[in-house]
Unconditional design. Structure first.
Ligand code: URP
Ligand code: ZN
Ligand code: ZN
Length: 460
């Protein structure tokens, strides 16, 4: 059924104006004033509301075998949660174990998501081992439309790759024109510090920060920058958390390294003290790199405002508190790492970014949608509002007032890291390729309608 959205204030990364939007089939077909509805159209009045392009989360772990357990969501629950929060596309990390061939990993992630995802999705292909058999498999995966890799400089013995593998993975990426997303922490420093802390009797969540201080992350970034400079690969630093790491990235950019930077909503709003809450509550806030000293938040907001930091993601990695985070009750190194936020990213960014006047509306759209679409080869199909683009639209009510609670969330999880946080704004209606998927906080779409998005390499 065609959809006519009337009188909304359309906001993209560069434009802001009041107009009507006609969606036919899966795409936006017209944008103009006073459009007449086709006879069979649904008409939605968006007066007094913003209309944003569907938001994009460039970093999630919906399916993740990790630290002896599995992330709790699946592509249905996570997709519904994403849509309710205004996110219409996710980039999930396809992370096969080191002893699994990339082709087998890719098959597995496809099997889990195809026909089940509620929102649209793509993958970053994890390169968790690089041997003689790897390049041919990665070429084939890139040919199927996964034009970004993911590597880990952390997680020794699990996803982490060594320097030879790193050099070869980046060289191949350069040849294929794909972007490499990278988790930057020096895995040897982490392992040694964990060993020392445990030997000294530190077992609680406070050990997590001490094992991975800012210097560990900054060294990881510096390391990646050197390899990117020498191979000429295009790189994207995921979940950058602190000033020290940002300085390394910017220094490399200044000497010509093609580097983009992502931070997370968690680093913008939570801090080290959350991960050190008593009675093991801090485990809810254990992720890597760790939540930092509060002073870093101003640096990250500045980076977003000035365009030095490109995107705000979630790194959504959901592990239940009761059964999963508790695996590390007596040993902080065994707490599954991750702080879920897929459902709440946009409302938190709007509340604490736009409403708090830290960022303007265009920056909001850019860092939460457009820039990711551009970096990873989806623009202008996704990430903006124009004729020909997918009809992924978020009709957003800035007057809504609510509170985040685990009891009210769609994410399949027994806690919220933002329990009790007020939000000022919420999507009233969310459309996914022309179909209304959310109304007033409830999923009303078609289960399993989310599409795998095949991409082309982005010319540099
Ligand atoms: O703590 C985190 N970030 N968990 C998810 C896996 C990763 O490192 O991205
Ligand atoms: Zn990571
Ligand atoms: Zn991650």
């Amino acid at each position: 059924m065609p959809l006519l959205i009337k009188n909304g204030e359309i906001v993209t990364a560069s434009q802001r104006y009041v107009a009507d939007i006609l969606c036919e089939g899966e795409t936006i077909t017209r944008i103009d004033r006073d459009l007449t509805a086709p006879p069979d159209a649904e008409v939605i009045d968006a007066s007094g509301k913003y209309v944003f392009p569907g938001f994009i989360d460039p970093h999630t772990h919906v399916y993740l075998p990790f630290m002896g357990t599995f992330s709790k969501d699946d592509y249905d629950t996570a997709g519904r949660a994403a849509l309710i929060g205004g996110t219409t596309t996710i980039f999930d990390m396809c992370c096969p174990a080191r002893d699994t061939e990339p082709a087998e990993g890719f098959r597995l992630w496809n099997e889990r998501s195809a026909g089940r995802a509620a929102c649209d999705y793509s993958f970053h292909m994890g390169v968790t081992r690089f041997d003689d058999g790897t390049p041919a498999q990665l070429r084939e995966i890139v040919g199927k439309g996964v034009t970004s890799f993911k590597i880990f400089l952390a997680y020794k013995g699990a996803f982490g790759i060594d320097d030879t593998e790193l050099y070869r993975a980046l060289s191949l990426a350069r040849e294929l024109g794909v972007v490499v997303a990278a988790h930057c922490e020096n895995e040897t420093l982490v392992a040694e510090r964990q060993r020392e802390l445990l030997a000294a009797g530190v077992r609680g969540t406070e050990g997590h920060y001490e094992s991975r201080p800012p210097a560990v992350e900054a060294e990881g970034v510096h390391h990646l920058m050197t390899f990117a400079q020498l191979t000429g690969a295009r790189v994207y630093i995921v979940h950058l958390s602190c000033e020290e790491a940002l300085r390394e990235a910017l220094a490399a950019r200044a000497r010509g390294v093609d580097v983009r930077v992502e931070t997370l909503i968690q680093y913008l709003l939570l801090d080290r003290t959350d991960a050190e809450r008593p009675e093991f509550e801090g485990a809810k806030y254990v992720m890597s790199p760790p939540l930092r000293e509060r002073r870093n938040q101003a640096v990250l907001w500045d980076g977003l405002r000035s365009g030095l930091i490109d995107t705000v993601a979630t790194d959504h990695a959901p592990f239940d508190f009761a059964a999963q985070k508790s695996l590390g009750r007596d040993d902080f190194t065994k707490i599954p790492n991750g702080i879920p936020a897929l459902e709440d990213r946009i409302n938190l960014l709007f509340t604490h970014g736009v409403q708090a006047e830290r960022i303007d509306l265009h920056t909001f759209v850019d860092i939460a949608s457009s820039r990711a679409a551009k970096i990873f080869g989806l623009f202008p199909r996704k990430g903006t509002i124009q004729p020909g683009a997918d009809a992924d639209l978020v009709i957003y009510d800035p007057a809504f007032r609510g509170t985040i609670t685990a009891a009210g969330q769609a994410m399949n999880l027994d806690y919220s890291a933002f329990e009790g946080w007020p939000i000022s704004g919420r999507p009233s209606v969310v459309t996914l390729r022309g179909e209304v998927a959310v109304r007033d906080g409830r999923f009303v779409g078609t289960p399993g309608r989310g599409k795998f998005l095949a991409r082309q390499p982005v010319p540099s």
